[in-house]
Each structure stands twice: as structure tokens, then as C-alpha cells.
Design a protein around this ligand. Structure first.
Ligand SMILES: Nc1ncnc2c1ncn2[C@@H]1O[C@H](COP(=O)(O)OP(=O)(O)OP(=O)(O)O)[C@@H](O)[C@H]1O
Ligand SMILES: [Mg+2]
Length: 232
């Protein structure tokens, strides 16, 4: 039963369908998205750092980020999933990991990557949990330390996926989109508001984000999940 008191602050793990049922149609869709992202990566413009965001809350950003991370790792790539939603972190719950230290520590203290990155049960997949909630997520993300960190992480992995908050509500995803190689926008039928999705696109364009595509989640059934590729 939904606990209304906790709505907005309490977070839950997301479903790792790509781990539980690799042959399901939804897992196949995630592999299709993987293929399209791989095709968007060229020698001149490699896609090694990726932001996943949406216009509003609850559209499936964390579900998408985690499942994409799994299918890329399954393809033999060394993947890091970063919980960059410092306001509503979920990744530690999804992968049953401790979250005493994480991304926020890397940004605000002298911790190093190796101190805070954790392995997961999925071969090739590491996770950087959010760490303690900072009072100023946007400032931390727009710091020069963040630029340096993106470079370091980019050098250490084949693919780094940043699970972000919604782009229309807070500026975090806009900031990070300007620092990474590509951005995916998740849109969930029945939850997304058309005007808000258009605003999200505008906000991403304003920072010259490289919008690689829109991942569309339908509501009717698990297989009703589509992917619209924008091209580069
Ligand atoms: N395609 C889908 N169909 C049905 N339910 C979904 C789908 N994608 C995600 N969900 C469910 O919706 C809820 C929110 O998903 P998720 O946490 O991935 O969204 P989010 O965009 O990361 O949310 P937030 O804005 O709170 O970070 C979860 O309970 C998840 O299981
Ligand atoms: Mg989320």
C-alpha cells in the first residue's frame, strides 16, 4: 500500500528486468536502445558519458538508467552507473548497496574514485551511489571539480551513465547535460505532460545538450515500450 506520508522523500529500488528476464521483450528493447546509442558514438564524437533525464518526476529515469547500465555491461563494456539524483537517490537500493559515501563525497571532499565506487553483482558494472544528501546539489554539479570528475570517470570506464532528477523542476540535469557526450530523455505515457516535455527539450537545447533520443514508456503493458531516435 502506498504510504502517502513518505511521498516525495522516500525512494524505492527499481525493477532490473534486464537482469531478471533477459529474454523478455522489454529487455530486448533496452538492447535496441543500446545499439542505437552505440551507433550514435563516432570516432569524432564518442558517447562515453550519458545523462538520463525526463521532463517531470516518476517517468522512469532510474529504471531506464539501471537497465541500460546492465545491458551495456552484458555486452562486455566497463560501465559505471552514477546516482546523480542527489535529491531522490535510488541506485543504492536497486543494487542493495551501502550509501554512506558516494558521489556527493567525491564532489565535496578529497575522496578519490577508488574509495567510493562499488562493484555490483553484474559483471563489468560498477556503481557510484549518491552519498549523503548535500544542501546544494546544483552548486556541486556546476563546480569545476565536477568537470574534472567527468574527465576522470570518462577515462576509467567505457560508459558512464548519470541518473538525474527531472530537468524542468531543477537545473541539475541541464548542468550535467552540458558536460557529457549525450543525453537521453525519458517520456512516460500518462505521466508526462506535453508542454513539460517541450520545455525539457528547450532547456536541453539552451545548454547545447547532445540529445541522442527519446525513450518512450507506454502504460498499457510491459511490451508497450518504444524508442524514438533523434539522430545526431
Ligand atoms: N515503463 C514503465 N511502466 C510501468 N511502471 C514503470 C515504468 N517505468 C518505471 N515504472 C515505475 O514507476 C516508478 C518510478 O520509476 P523510476 O523511479 O524509474 O522513475 P524516475 O523518473 O527515476 O522517478 P524520480 O523522478 O522520482 O527519480 C517506479 O515504481 C517504477 O517501477
Ligand atoms: Mg529516479
Amino acid at each position: 500500500m502506498a504510504n502517502k506520508k513518505n511521498r516525495g522523500t522516500e525512494t524505492k529500488p527499481v525493477s532490473l528486468i534486464t537482469l531478471i528476464n533477459q529474454s523478455s521483450p522489454v529487455s530486448e528493447q533496452y538492447r535496441t536502445i543500446r545499439t542505437n546509442i552505440q551507433f550514435a558514438s563516432t570516432i569524432d564524437h564518442e558517447v562515453k558519458t550519458l545523462v538520463v533525464t525526463s521532463s517531470g518526476p516518476g517517468e522512469g529515469k532510474s529504471t531506464t538508467s539501471a537497465n541500460l547500465a546492465v545491458v551495456f555491461a552484458n555486452a562486455g563494456q566497463r560501465v559505471l552507473l552514477v546516482d546523480a539524483d542527489l535529491r531522490k537517490p535510488t541506485v543504492h537500493k536497486t543494487f542493495s548497496l551501502q550509501n554512506n559515501v558516494g558521489f556527493s563525497n567525491l564532489l565535496s571532499t578529497k575522496e578519490t574514485m577508488n574509495d567510493v565506487i562499488q562493484p555490483t553483482v553484474v559483471p563489468n558494472l560498477s556503481v557510484l551511489t549518491s552519498g549523503p544528501k548535500p544542501p546544494n546539489p546544483s552548486e556541486l554539479l556546476s563546480s569545476s571539480r565536477m568537470d574534472q570528475l567527468v574527465r576522470e570517470l570518462r577515462g576509467g570506464f567505457d560508459l558512464v551513465i548519470f541518473d538525474m532528477p527531472p530537468v524542468v523542476q531543477v537545473t541539475d540535469a541541464q548542468i550535467m547535460s552540458s558536460k557529457v557526450d549525450g543525453t537521453m530523455l525519458v517520456v512516460r505515457e500518462g505521466i508526462a505532460i506535453k508542454e513539460s516535455v517541450m520545455k525539457a527539450q528547450k532547456l536541453l537545447q539552451m545548454v547545447n545538450a547532445n540529445l541522442l533520443g527519446v525513450i518512450y514508456h507506454g502504460t498499457k503493458n510491459a511490451t508497450d515500450q518504444g524508442y524514438y531516435y533523434y539522430g545526431t
